[in-house]
Design a protein around this ligand. Sequence first.
Ligand SMILES: Cc1ncc(COP(=O)(O)O)c(C=O)c1O
Length: 384
Amino acid sequence: MNNIYKRPAWVEVNLDNFINNMTVIKNTLSPGTEILSVVKADGYKIGAVTLVREAIKLGIKNFAVATESEAMLLRKEFKDINILKLGYTPNYQIEESIDNNISSTIYTLEQAKTFNEIAKKLNKKAKIHISIDTGMSRIGFQPNDDSIEKIVEIFKLKNLEIKGVFSHFASADYDKNFTKKQFDTFTNFIDELESRGCHFEYRHIANSASILCHREYDLDLVRPGIIQFGYTDTDKPAEFYNLKPLVSVKAEISNVKYIEKDVSVGYSRTYFTNKKTKVVTLPIGYADGFPRILSGKIDILINGVKCPQIGLICMDQLMVDATGVECEIGDTAVLIGKQKNEEIRICDFCEISGDCETSFLTHLDKRLPRIYYKDGKVVDILEI
Ligand SMILES: Cc1ncc(COP(=O)(O)O)c(C=O)c1O
């Protein structure tokens, strides 16, 4: 008998490792640089509210999300933190943002004017960070003379409180020359704006890979994402930086049976046994975040033994060849994490699927309950 959650498949989140990682990041930064913790996509699907609660205890007060609803989720729980929305704010969400003291990203003069008008009607000031496109070609003002003139205009708008300016590295992990070029473009552009009387409290460009590899790009804020959760996008593994993974994924064994040689397993009959086989079924599948592309290519830990997954992964179930391994219905299998002396890591899957850890994490579906551990005890549970 395992834990009683809404599903017999779940995600375990190690909050001690989160505290460890945030402390590593804090200790790495240049003096005076603060953390703007990126917890978009519900904290990379780990659970933003629980993570922010822990981060606040470590003295972190700035948090970034992607969307208005993510910002509101945090604002309902935390009245005093600074929240920056890094993505696009459609006009119909501006009023809610201003009313709830959420900072928004802008990158056109028209947006700035609309924010200003709405703030004026509300008799408030809209908090703004200006985005500069130095190489992602995503959102942001182009770093040119025309943008300088537009930003100078934005600074004249009375109901805006312009808090910061930021850009985003496209390849801080691998392309050092391009990263330096982006940084120089960004800081030269800010110097030009400063000379025109536009001052910013917060300048920020560094993401995880930059935080690990480039002290010189720290500026006023850094925006760590994936390293907070114990994963890296750099050529060195997370352990090299003393970062520890937060996430394990486990499932209760739902069926154990023997089938004969030459029997097919799963949809489309892509796999046939080559021996009498002990088949273990787990109640977890591609709708939970284990994509079909991994079918037949991954191992799963059963009783501390790496066992090959067989047949196509189904939406809600998958099968494993556990021949020779002692196990029964109700035992816990580990899809990500440690069991006895063995470990399966997200990066093992990424090597197969060509995915990255960030993407894999954000596909772990909400229907897997999140169980939060601290000091070895369950301190919170998030279930839908
Ligand atoms: C604007 C911005 N800043 C920071 C981050 C965090 O990136 P990382 O997870 O590489 O630290 C992201 C993530 O996509 C982002 O879009």
